[in-house]
Design a protein around this ligand. Structure first.
Ligand code: TK8
Length: 339
């Protein structure tokens, strides 16, 4: 038995246990396995980012770390996977920032509508000191925030009518992420929001449980929503980034040199993931048209109407999050916008 255990550890077995010591006196190094799970499918830029993350870590660690990738909610939904990270029964996930608000409500800043004027300002903000402060705050909740990746501006799709003004939103049943700000935003527009894990969304649209949803263009296209949705409106109402998370239990058990490799991999993959995400965002709006959807761009006046109709959401959650903190965030975004 002892012999077969050693063989299993030496020979890249399918599931070596994390951080298990080799036999006393063995020259073999510990082997670690990172199971990274996401809700999106393997066509999405996020998965391409994870492939880069995996390649970098496996190469730079000389095989001491194996990274296994799971897409399409195979390991659970965003909230379940975050809990698994906290428990140490999964190592990595990459949710939208929206469900993280159940752990630290300051993450609600990313759900405030019409906050970031451009993707560049958004990524400069998240990569800057205020973004880092939020990541650091996750440690006391058993999570290590490795980096922000890009999901992109969120847009509305539905199956009932072309939406051009807030008036058109009346009564639409919209799936939202599990997040108070999003619920309030859609209520302010007169819609009927239903929070739901991402993995249930396609079927919910197919079966008419909801009329629509909101997600960035790459997700709408790559998750095949044109099969079950007729209309896209490019509202760009929210930029909620992805947050690449690692279990703190696992992180703390990693030797420093491997921690460094994992952190580098998170940044290298982030840069590539953002590049792919922006490329897809540009190309795939036409893809949605080719797939048969009506794609509506808003005039600045129409966009303004959405902004005004939901200004109560901003006011309400400013207080909920902490007015001073939100002011600080707004000032930083203003500064980055005027550079
Ligand atoms: C994937 C989600 C998704 C998000 C959502 O797990 O829930 O709509 O945009 O990408 O994090």
């Amino acid at each position: 038995l002892v012999l077969s255990l050693i063989v299993a550890m030496v020979g890249c077995s399918s599931a070596p246990s994390n951080g298990e010591q080799g036999e006393a006196g063995s020259v073999e190094q510990e082997k670690y396995v990172i199971r990274a799970g996401i809700g999106l499918n393997d066509q999405h830029p996020q998965y391409k980012g994870l492939e880069i993350f995996k390649e970098y870590i496996e190469r730079e660690s000389d095989g001491r770390v194996e990274v296994q990738l799971f897409h399409s909610s195979q390991l659970g939904d965003d909230i379940q996977m975050m809990e698994a990270l906290q428990l140490g029964s999964q190592e990595v996930t990459c949710p939208s920032s929206a469900p993280i608000t159940s752990i630290d409500k300051r993450f609600m800043i990313f759900d405030l509508p019409f906050l970031f004027p451009t993707e560049e300002v958004a990524s400069d903000f998240v990569d800057g000191p205020l973004g880092q402060e939020l990541l650091d705050g996750l440690e006391e909740h058993g999570l290590v925030g490795l980096a922000y990746w890009e999901n992109g501006y969120r847009h509305l799709t539905n199956n009932v009518r072309e939406v051009k003004t807030p008036e058109d939103m009346k009564g639409l049943k919209i799936r939202t992420m599990e997040n108070q700000v999003h619920l309030d935003f859609f209520r302010a527009l007169g819609a009927n929001p239903t929070p739901m894990p991402f993995g249930e969304l396609f079927t919910a649209m197919q079966q008419g449980v909801v009329d629509g949803q909101e997600n960035p263009v790459p997700t709408i296209y790559l998750q095949n929503y044109p099969e079950v949705q007729k209309y896209t409106t490019l509202t760009g109402h929210v930029y909620s980034p992805f947050v690449l998370l690692m279990s703190k239990v696992f992180w703390d058990g990693l030797p420093a040199d491997l921690q460094e490799i994992v952190q580098e991999a998170a940044f290298i993959a982030r840069d590539e993931e953002r590049r792919i995400s922006r490329e897809y965002t540009e190309e795939l709006a036409d893809g949605l048209r080719e797939a048969g959807m009506t794609v509506t761009e808003l005039t600045p006046e129409q966009q303004q109407m959405f902004q005004e109709a939901t200004s109560s959401t901003v006011e309400k959650f400013k207080n909920e999050i902490g007015a001073d903190y939100v002011e600080q965030v707004l000032a930083e975004i203003e500064r980055l916008s005027n550079r």
